[in-house]
Design a protein around this ligand. Structure first.
Ligand code: DOR
Ligand code: ZN
Length: 368
């Protein structure tokens, strides 16, 4: 039985760090566990220019310099910045961002379908309308990250939220790939059997990749509805059936070079997360690496963990996997406390004993 594993320091291909007090509170959890992370741009206002991304990056780095959590921890954490595919994003900005004008390179552009999730009000209703920007991204090799859900039909009416990803895979993604045959595309946070089937068939290193969250590996909708609706695991895409989860687990642990970890850690204040119309987003950076390891162990795939969490992501983004390592040990623990911002706001991670599904125990921990 393996009870310790040492891997290259991981790469988080999808994280929300927010801004201000929330950013200061959550960023150290990513920075101490991950070597680099692809930072999502759906802040308010959105990050859709190179200058805004530079300012945002500086805020992240400044927060780390003053962090208590990082005292005595040497960290070389590097945030890799992205831009939001808003109507204001121009082909000229893509060109500047791709060459790293002003010393900062932009690693990807993120598409949120209008109205689908947190701060998605600036997204396109139909991504294929963004012709000039997509063409320029294809030309310069800038990856497009997809929140792959159809949220509204052609009459502007709500689709069934459990069907959003399936509809996107059946209709939008094939047209996008066909129209832009050289565009680098990542389907973020795969949650359904249909997404898994599509990626298994069409995934290709450097062309079409997909990320997987710990939430979609851990839970299915039976848990989401156990003893009342569990808002802590409420996110977009929604967690789906146990069959969907099995398919996501299956593709994640296969050792495919075009599938890798993106935590989608998305912190929200306690007051919003537990309100009657609770916000979408799961905060998981304090437990994500431990949960990935736990699932890979459960499925007898620990030999595939390093490529999934530490190697395939950097390769897609053209950066080196970490030269540092991190060790995890198989030892039970529980997370009982929220993270608290310097303004006194609580943020609860998944899998904790207070708001989790019950008395949840995590079976792996980072060697301290
Ligand atoms: O659940 C989600 N939360 N899905 C997203 O796509 C966005 C994220 C957030 O920013 O809160
Ligand atoms: Zn996200």
């Amino acid at each position: 039985m393996t009870d310790t594993i040492t891997i290259k320091k991981p790469f988080d291909a999808h994280v929300h760090l927010r801004r201000g007090a929330m950013l200061r509170a959550v960023t150290p959890y990513t920075a101490t566990r991950f070597d680099k992370a692809i930072v999502m741009p759906n802040t308010d206002p959105p990050i859709d220019t190179l200058d805004a991304a530079i300012e945002y990056k500086n805020e992240i780095l400044a927060a780390l310099q003053h962090s208590n959590v990082l005292q005595n921890v040497r960290t070389l954490f590097e945030p890799l910045m992205t831009m939001y595919l808003t109507k204001g994003l121009t082909p000229q900005e893509i060109e500047r961002a791709a060459i790293g004008a002003e010393g900062t390179k932009i690693y990807a552009v993120k598409s949120y379908p209008y109205g689908a999730t947190t701060n998605s009000q600036w997204g396109y209703r139909d991504i294929l309308e963004a012709k000039d920007v997509l063409k320029e991204m294809e030309r310069v090799g800038m990856p497009l990250l997809l929140h792959g859900e159809v949220h509204l039909n052609e009459h502007g009416e709500e689709e069934d939220p459990y069907d959003g990803e399936r509809l996107f895979i059946a209709d939008v993604l094939p047209r996008l790939l066909e129209t832009y045959p050289k565009l680098k595309v990542s389907l973020e946070h795969m949650s359904s059997a249909q997404a898994v089937d599509f990626i298994e068939k069409n995934g290709k290193e450097g062309r079409l990749v997909a990320t997987v969250t710990p939430t979609h590996l851990m839970y299915d909708r039976r848990q989401a509805f156990s003893g009342g609706y569990r808002t802590l695991i409420h996110m977009k895409p929604l967690v789906k059936t146990s069959d969907d989860r099995e398919r996501v687990r299956d593709i994640a642990t296969k050792g495919l070079p075009f599938v890798f970890a993106g935590t989608d850690s998305a912190p929200h204040p306690e007051s919003k997360k537990f309100s009657s119309c609770c916000v979408f987003g799961v905060f998981n950076s304090p437990v994500a690496l431990e949960l990935y390891t736990q699932i890979f162990d459960e499925l007898g795939a620990l030999d595939k963990l390093e490529s999934f969490v530490s190697v395939n992501g950097p390769r897609f983004y053209g950066v080196e996997p970490s030269a540092e390592t991190i060790t995890l040990v198989k030892k039970d623990w529980q997370t009982t406390e929220p993270v608290v911002t310097d303004e006194g706001v609580k943020v609860w991670p998944i899998c904790n004993t207070v708001h989790g599904l019950g008395n949840e125990t995590i079976h792996w921990q980072i060697k301290g």
